[in-house]
Design a protein. Structure first.
Length: 115
């Protein structure tokens, strides 16, 4: 089992920045992926960014050039730096870990971008 705790969400004006953090309860083993998903009201959860071992990154097109995902394996953390935020980035952001064929989710953190 892996418990994930997100932090760093909040309310920000369009054009602003936020940094999300996610801490895992233990070191993630093997070939694994850590990532961020988001769910806007009335919409399905979607991938925002993910980083796979060793350091392969993937971004949804709408955030390319604005968001950066990174991880600190020793400290069991994954980050999402979000710049130039837009109202359409609003949603609940979830941290996710995929390890040995299993997927774990955090509780989510709310990000609200006002216009």
């Amino acid at each position: 089992q892996v418990q994930l705790v997100e932090s760093g969400g909040g309310l920000v004006q369009a054009g602003g920045s936020l940094r999300l953090s996610c801490t895992a309860s233990r070191i993630i083993g093997g070939i694994n992926t850590m990532g961020w998903y988001r769910q806007a009201p009335g919409k399905q959860r979607e991938l925002v960014a993910r980083i796979s071992t060793p350091y392969t990154t993937t971004y949804v097109d709408s955030v390319k050039g604005r968001f950066t995902i990174s991880r600190d394996n020793a400290n069991r953390m994954v980050y999402l730096q979000m710049n130039s935020l837009k109202p359409e980035d609003t949603g609940v952001y979830y941290c996710s870990v995929q390890e040995y064929g299993l997927t774990y989710w955090g509780q989510g953190t709310q990000v609200t971008v006002s216009s």
